[in-house]
Design a protein around this ligand. Structure first.
Ligand SMILES: [Fe+2]
Length: 317
């Protein structure tokens, strides 16, 4: 058999914006054992931020493909793990158990606002690959926003004001209480059982801070590092002026026209760079079911800090 090379990858643009997102079709587990292929996939991920894979989407492929991009880690909340499969986080909504919100007058099961995964910890994971297990008849899309492009299009006056500042994040499983997630009204109608268990110990998790802007190590490009989900405010501007500034930055970076919404079908897997890309879930009609699995690719950009407790004493801002 001929040795696979990077040029044997079938790569196409994901959307109209060529700078963000790519689609790779027909990748096999055999190809993943070839170092040039692994390197080409890693480089494509860093370059484009999001990769849609179409082809072999078995659980084995899901885990092996994820390992091309780094070591995998279990989720910090045991409630989120798939039983017997510690590398996989189960993201599920069932009509009988799942978090429901009223979002601007629409009832949605499993709705998630724009966020970065694990931004409420001091070591945010490098990325993840999401794979559908059971899709709803309607909706259930995942949105992605490129925070490199978001930084580039931010007005210079806002760049000057936000760069150098830090955002404070806190664990709270009820997104209706997050002050920066949505411009309209959000009400929590029901919390999933797993979310209720996590919420009982939410005060045991310290607040953390992350820089509002950082530089992507591999390319030198600046990344707007602001997650509306879990954000509590600006560390250096803990009053109304800081909240106004943060809202203004978030309104720019979550401009709907700049988002890519993936409409799932069986046979898809989507990889994203969690240090560069915001994501969200549209949710589903509350009587429908949606089950997804996600891997968590480990990493630490070493820019996050715990705010509370002993670890905060060496934090210099
Ligand atoms: Fe997420």
């Amino acid at each position: 058999m001929a040795t696979a090379t990077a040029s044997s990858l079938d790569v196409a643009p994901l959307g109209l914006d060529q700078s963000f997102g790519a689609m790779v079709s027909g990748l096999t587990r055999e190809q993943l054992r070839e170092e040039p292929i692994r390197k080409a996939l890693f480089d494509l991920w860093i370059d484009k931020g999001v990769i849609l894979f179409r082809g072999d989407t078995s659980a084995e492929m899901h885990v092996e493909l994820s390992r091309c991009f780094g070591e995998l880690e279990p989720h910090p909340f045991p409630e989120s793990a798939e039983p017997g499969l510690p590398e996989l986080v189960k993201i599920k909504y069932y009509p009988e158990d799942g978090t429901c919100y009223d979002v601007g007058g629409e009832q949605r099961g499993g709705w998630l606002p724009w966020h970065s995964d694990l931004i409420y910890t001091d070591r945010i994971n490098r990325g993840g690959i999401l794979r559908p297990v059971q899709l709803p008849q309607e909706l259930g899309h995942t949105g992605f926003i490129d925070q490199i492009a978001a930084w580039d299009r931010l007005p210079q006056a806002l760049k000057d004001r936000i760069e150098g500042l830090h955002i404070v994040y806190v664990v709270d499983m009820d997104f209706s209480r997050h002050p920066f997630v949505h411009s309209g009204e959000v009400r929590c109608l029901r919390m999933a059982k797993s979310g209720t268990a996590i919420a009982r110990r939410m005060w045991t998790y310290p607040r953390v801070v992350h820089p509002a802007v950082f530089t992507q190590a591999e390319t030198g490009r600046k990344v707007l590092n602001v997650s509306p989900g879990f954000a509590e405010g600006i560390l250096e501007m803990g009053g109304p002026d800081g909240d106004v500034l943060l809202r203004e930055v978030i309104a720019h970076c979550t401009e709907p026209a700049t988002a890519h919404f993936h409409q799932w079908r069986q046979g898809d897997m989507v990889l994203w760079d969690n240090w560069r890309v915001l994501h969200c879930a549209t949710g589903v009609p509350t009587e429908q079911t949606r089950v997804m699995q996600r891997t968590t690719i480990k990493g630490d950009y070493a820019l996050g800090r715990k705010l509370d407790g002993a670890a905060a004493t060496d934090f210099d801002v």
